[in-house]
Design a protein around this ligand. Structure first.
Ligand code: FES
Length: 500
């Protein structure tokens, strides 16, 4: 079973489902850190808001994240500096520091029980990588952070070089979001769980349809990572999945801090999380594009093996994975994507907890007519062909390749009997591709394998037992219902003739 430690240790936000039609000024789709912080800030300004979460508040990508809060960014600040300029990199650092401070203030104000702790961020190298370490240090110092050179860490192995930045932070993100949801001013904000939006009818007053009722709103915030529906922006954000596990140690010290390796492709990040049940060592890494996992790889197994290189692991108590979207120019897209009063917040890469709160601050200012210092660098309508071209071309050729795989005969199996218990396979039936799953008790179910977003063929994700779309990252349950991503509708059900 995959469940994140954050979700397991967080209490419930105690929200109800939408049961009657309502009208608000702002409807927010998605109850993760972006949606709930935006709702909190807008309600504070006296704006009527409703949040529609398809499952449980804070239980999606927020609960699948690392729980780390830091000013620096996944693709490194010096890359933003060289791609854009000093001013942009400075604003990224400033906005992210402000977001972390806001999280800390809210936790203190409401005594939210989410294990928030200021911690150092450490970048180290076991093999050298002096150039990467030095460039990272110079850039961070330039943008106001205090950086220390280090030659050792609390990790149980030697390093060749490294740096340490104090005053970054860690917390349980799911507990923070559930706690904040309970403090939102209920005079101005209603939060609904288990209320998936199936369709948005655009107009001067947008109408959001859920299975049970409708919400009318002047403005809509799609706090769903990739915006729900079809947007040109989806050609500029690229979905990835990354794996995590939380282990108990038999012996040895749990390291204090956020540890990134300069050799990050092969060395996952590390951190410790302490609960009333004791400490856990958390490791996160080995990402791949959604729906394009290497079939020969066991991602969780590899994470465990890597941890065991240096630690005396007793048990792996939790394992989970989560989705992130990399943007083509390295900055998130936050704001109105076209002139329709529909706002997006996406392309956060693995830095989403902090960028989610940056988005909330930007939305608050945009909706109250205040000036915001960072809105321009992140604006969703920006056009940056020179900065985006390389990854834009590479990633969209990859998507094109996935569409081309839909040729006749390119299926995993021809017979239902080839689908074993617990497996999912693409079976071709009269030139149509079906996504066929056999549950552990032997029951077969089938749906069209054509993704309901833009008709790519989904692939089976054996680690998580889901159907994942390799084009823009929609994910579906084995039985076809939407889990996440831009698709609104489930895979089309097919009825099975077990003789086939
Ligand atoms: Fe776009 Fe599947 S997510 S086609």
């Amino acid at each position: 079973m995959t469940e994140s430690i954050w979700k397991a240790k967080a209490s419930n936000a105690k929200a109800i489902s939408l049961s009657e039609d309502i009208e608000v000024e702002v409807a927010i789709v998605g109850g993760g850190i972006t949606g709930i912080t935006t709702a909190y800030l807008l309600a504070e300004e006296g704006i009527q808001v409703a949040v529609l979460e398809s499952m449980d508040v804070g239980g999606g990508t927020t609960a699948g994240s690392t729980g780390n809060l830091y000013t620096m960014v996944d693709n490194r600040l010096h890359h933003i500096q060289s791609k854009f300029n000093d001013k942009t990199a400075r604003k990224v650092a400033e906005s992210r520091t402000t977001a972390i401070n806001l999280i800390e203030d809210l936790i203190k104000k409401y005594a939210i029980d989410c294990s928030f702790k200021r911690q150092p961020w450490v970048l180290y190298s076991e093999t050298g990588e002096e150039e990467t370490i030095k460039t990272t240090k110079d850039t961070l110092e330039k943008f106001g952070l205090e950086v220390q050179d280090i030659t050792s860490t609390s990790l149980p192995f030697n390093i060749k070089s490294g740096i340490r930045v104090e005053n970054q932070a860690q917390f349980n993100p799911a507990a923070f979001v559930a706690g904040l949801a309970q403090k939102v001013d209920q005079n101005y904000c209603s939060i609904y769980e288990n209320s998936p939006v199936h369709h948005i009818e655009k107009g001067s007053l947008h109408v959001l349809h859920t299975p049970t009722a409708k919400v009318r709103a002047k403005k809509v915030v799609l706090a769903t990572h990739s915006p729900k529906g079809i947007y040109g922006l989806q050609m500029a954000i690229f979905p990835h999945r990354e794996y995590a596990l939380a282990a108990r140690l038999r012996s040895g010290d749990y390291p204090e801090g956020i540890f990134w390796s300069a050799e990050s492709k092969t060395h996952p990040s590390l951190r410790t999380y302490e609960t009333e049940e004791g400490k856990f060592l958390i490791t996160v890494g080995y990402h791949h594009k959604v729906g394009q996992a290497d079939e020969n790889k066991d991602y969780f197994g590899d994470l465990e093996k890597n941890l065991k290189r240096h630690y005396d692991v007793d048990t792996v108590a939790y394992k989970w994975s989560a989705q992130h979207y990399k943007s083509s120019d390295g900055l998130p897209y936050i704001g109105e994507s076209t002139d329709d009063n529909i706002f997006v917040a996406t392309g956060f890469s693995t830095d989403g907890l902090t960028y989610g709160v940056v988005s909330a601050l930007i939305f608050r200012d945009l909706f109250t007519g205040k000036e915001n210092n960072w809105a321009e660098i992140y604006k969703a309508k920006r056009f940056t062909p020179l900065k985006s071209a390389k990854s834009f071309i590479k990633e969209n050729l990859n998507v094109l390749g996935e569409y081309l795989k839909d040729y006749p005969g390119n299926a995993d199996a021809e017979m239902f009997s080839e689908v074993k218990a617990g497996e999912g396979k693409i079976v071709e039936i009269k030139n149509e591709k079906w996504a066929v799953h056999r549950s552990d008790d032997g029951t077969l179910c089938a749906a069209s394998a054509v993704c309901t977003h833009m008709e790519c063929i989904v692939n089976w994700n054996n680690e998580e037992k889901t159907w994942d779309c390799p084009c823009h990252g929609s994910r579906f349950k084995p039985t076809g219902e939407v889990i996440e991503g831009p698709a609104f509708s489930p895979l089309d059900k097919r009825s099975i003739n077990p003789e086939k």
